[in-house]
Design a protein around this ligand. Structure first.
Ligand code: URA
Length: 213
């Protein structure tokens, strides 16, 4: 099930059955039977764990699966996902991993509840420990709230977009959620978003922040 990209990158998706890495199989099994959020697991059709190579230099972190993601079991495959994946391609990024804060779809695509974010957090932590990204692109306030303390509703994404958090394990680029970029159809926002994606590529390549434009 792997395609070798280089000697230490193995391509596989979390959904694939033939894992050779025990930790991942175990994590996948636990996420599939998780019942910590009664409202989310009640009518769940699929969990959406994420996809991409392990390890991966860049992780794109979103909010939660929508209808199309739940149906297919894959992250960011709806309209905003198409925009995201197109712009990632245009930024020259490949070999990335895409994840969400929540692995289950909230009913009617409502925003995640605080306790759901807490319940799902240990899975995200385990995933990041396995994927070992250098850079995380945090798409919107719910992704950003994994790294910024307090109520996600207090995060003003338009004010902090483009900022980089320097954490011991990785750098986190704070940017818009692609559905915001899609809704606004605003050239300026699209240009900023494209710049943030290119910044991820530069940081992955090891550019020090101080010499970036
Ligand atoms: N929005 C997200 O945050 N994640 C998805 O997977 C799809 C839409």
């Amino acid at each position: 099930m792997f395609t070798e990209a280089n000697s230490n990158t193995k391509y596989l998706t979390w959904q694939e059955k033939s894992f050779t890495v025990l930790d991942m199989t175990d994590l996948l099994d636990r996420i599939r039977v998780c019942d910590r959020c009664p409202e989310l697991c009640k009518d769940r059709k699929n969990v959406v764990i994420g996809e991409g190579p392990i390890p991966a230099g860049i992780v794109f972190l979103g909010e939660a699966p929508g209808a199309e993601e739940e149906r297919t079991g894959r992250p960011f495959v709806g309209a905003s996902g198409t925009l995201l994946r197109t712009m990632i391609f245009q930024a020259g990024i490949s070999g990335y991993h895409i994840l969400n804060r929540l692995k289950c779809r909230p009913p009617d695509n409502r925003p995640p509840e605080p306790e759901e974010l807490i319940n799902c957090r240990p899975f995200l932590k385990e995933q990041l420990e396995l994927i070992k990204p250098k850079v995380i692109v945090a798409l919107g306030r719910y992704a950003q709230s994994a790294f910024i303390a307090g109520d996600p509703l207090d995060i003003k994404v338009t004010r902090i977009a483009g900022k980089v958090l320097e954490l011991p394990e990785y750098r986190v680029i704070l940017t818009y959620h692609p559905s915001f970029v899609m809704r606004h159809r605003n050239r300026e926002i699209q240009r900023f978003f494209g710049n943030h994606l290119r910044l991820a590529k530069q940081l992955e390549a090891g550019c020090p922040l101080s010499v970036l434009p």
